[in-house]
Design a protein. Structure first.
Length: 147
């Protein structure tokens, strides 16, 4: 009876890295900004590379790492574009937002957590910040209804 040769690949590690890249690239980017975006993209690319290597070695395994890696890159880029879009929208209204106007410019670099920390460090009261966010929401609503 002939023994079948079992080829080991890195399919499981590829999927793990790609999914980790997905989580870091999307949630991490929104929360912490640009630097975490690059970490997430790096993990996703490693997942794709290991998926390709595993696919070449085994002929079967590794497709999951490739697919999840591509999904991770697309969603990470989408998350970063979301932060840039929010920042660009608020730049148009910077002169009307004395507290948050300057802070929104740094949103892609710092993420929402850095933005929130900068608000806390600004020395303004919660009521002042809440009123400014309400005003910003009205301005965005007015500008989108005019388009």
């Amino acid at each position: 009876m002939e023994e079948m040769e079992y080829k080991k690949g890195h399919g499981g590690l590829a999927i793990l890295l790609a999914i980790l890249g997905l989580l870091v690239g999307t949630l991490g980017t929104i929360g912490f900004g640009r630097i975490v975006f690059f970490v997430g993209i790096g993990l996703a690319v490693l997942g794709i590379i290991l998926g390709i290597v595993s696919r070449v070695q085994t002929g079967r395994k590794g497709l999951g790492g490739i697919i999840w890696g591509i999904i991770a890159i697309l969603l990470s880029v989408g998350s970063f574009m979301f932060l840039n879009g929010m920042s660009d929208i608020m730049k148009d209204h910077k002169d009307k937002l004395p507290i948050t106007g300057e802070l929104f410019e740094e949103l892609p670099a710092k993420g929402l957590i850095g933005f929130s920390q900068a608000l806390v460090d600004s020395g303004h009261t919660q009521e002042e910040i809440t009123k400014e966010f309400e005003d910003a929401a009205k301005m965005i609503g007015d500008s989108s209804s005019n388009n």
